[in-house]
Design a protein around this ligand. Sequence first.
Ligand code: BGC
Length: 736
Amino acid sequence: MTEQQLVDLLKDMTLEEKLGQLTQLDGSCFSGDGPVTGPEQELGIPSEKFPLAGSILSVTGADRIEQIRRICIEAQPHHIPPIFMADVINGYQTILPIPLALGCTFEEEAAKKTGDIMSREAAADGLHITFAPMVDLVKDARWGRVMESTGESACLNSRMAAAMVEGIQGTKENLDGHLGACTKHFAAYGAPTAGKEYNTVELSERSLREEYLQAYQAAVDAGSAMMMTSFNTLDRIPATGNEKVMRGILRDEMGFEGVLISDWNAIGELVFHHVAVDKKEAARQAITAGVDMDMMSGCYMSRMEELIRVGTVKEELVDESVLRILRLKNRLGLFERPNRVEKQPEFGKELLSEESRKAAREIAAKTMVLLKNEESFLPLDREEDIAFIGPYMEEKGILGAWSFFGDREKSVTVLEGIRSKNPSAQAKKGCGILNPGQTIYGFRFHETNEMTEEETAQSIQEAAEYAAAHKKVVLALGESALQTGEGGSRADITIPDVQKKLLDAVYAANSNLAVIVFAGRPLDIRNIREKAKSILYVWMPGTEGGNAIADILYGDSVPEGKLSMSLPYCVGQCPVFHNELWTGRHAEDGVAVENRFQSKYQDIPNAPLYPFGYGLSYTDFSYSAVELSRSQLKRGERLEAAVTVENTGRTAGAEVVQLYLTDECASVARPVRELKDYQKIHLQPGEKKRVVFTIEEDMLRFYDRDMNYVAEPGAFTVFIGTDSANDNAAVFWLEE
Ligand code: BGC
């Protein structure tokens, strides 16, 4: 349709119809079996009005989507097709690694491919928009949703965010064969106080703008069709009712023109935040803030009519939002081709195709981070005498907390992956993932460890005996996927106690040990580091996880993942991140204990257990000193900073060459160092490559005392190396 046709359509719509378009309902509203209960009942919308909804969430499967679509268009005076949306976060049927793992690739192509695979599969099954990517910057490992982000760096997150949006949306303006992206959660949902889910966010405007907004901006620039508001407050005002943030920053400053949707019941929650006295006031605040679509609070549909009738809200505000939604439907081609799965027989081939599985396996291998590898314990020899042990050896639940559309039965376990290379390999479980009798509730599943204490003790004993009878041990441990994700905040970020017992018993029996760690967050793994010769951090690797792990264990893939989030020494250090600010008493580790009055702890180091950007390979890389093309930089000029990296080992490998900057003196406190650029290179044994970065004034900018975004003259130190703790430095000056 032309813009004029959309405007004409809008003019012809009744207010009720318009409010329907602004409403998103859960698929459960259309289950039709029995009376309406649960969240559907809370909506305050009579069930016969449900089909007026402009969008439906969490329905999957082309047939079911088609059924609901028909119900909606038949009920609607103008037969406007609904948009179907769902949480396709790291895969639909082919599940790829969780986003935090994806961040560890430092590879935009991997993010793009991930977006492309999940999007084509879900589009083939009738969906139109995914609630992804989540680009919230995260620093606190206690928060369960760190798994959905690509990590702690604004530089890395922004590049990954743009790549995800491009991958999800494909190259065609009409998104044919792909989904639209709904970037979330605007803004700063990733900074809840104390890592506690849905908690208050207290950020200075400076931090918000300098760090947190960058990835959202990258997603907007990449053309994200939609954006979702966050649950949290910002400067004490809930984001969903925050006009300054939504209209002021997102639309006016950042240039977002797409559809803004609230998070689930976030409009209704303005009442629970105690900033709106009732749902009517909540609706007023949200529409005033510029929230176009109401996800599952019913406030717009049930309360807006009255607000307009008494003149509290102008109908133009509603019209503005409806028009944005109609434009999106038009872009999706829904008016011409309401059922975008016409080509389903062909599209059907997309689901879990060989090609997608292959890509998932390759990408998963790239996400895994080798944290330790003493005595070159890894890679293993196919003929070696190895005891494979641990609750993750035959576990299928390795898809991550948000992957409920994927069939976990289709995932390849670690043992299956190993057996494809070593058919006689055997494994012992040792214990459950959770403690005996423990249950964790998720969104659609819950998980219980049915093993009793006695059975567990027996099983650990057998595992230890098994370990003693072999030359080497590979143990697969970790937290459960359900201990992460939404509602997955944890105050103890270690592996469950029962697994600690298993680790101790196995180690006592055979200390020639490697540990594979499954996790949705950076865990406190001090006990593992103490005991294991080798540690491979595999996150939640997805459908092909077991194959990818086996590829790395046996050297068919060489580890190249680099931590996208610092791995804390212990939970008391959280949040710990690479770009902390200078304080008046900055302390490097190693300061004498009697030097009490320094910014440090009495009982733990300042440095994380493993720093951001860290990750080993099976080969070694050497770095030359940093060479600068000039040491004085005039405004508007650029300088080149270069290093020569050499593969000094015996295997080909990839290295992420990382550039960090320190502003040595500025009008406000600045990060001790901060990632500003990176390049991934591949080197054959003995091969050298000169890696050149361009530094320009823009990279030196920050918000000064008066909130101007400027670069101030003075000295800057540039570090180029293998991780955020490298000390390969050179200094240059920005002139007046
Ligand atoms: C989450 C969103 C998600 C939405 C719809 C909310 O609870 O915060 O990220 O997209 O549910 O499932």
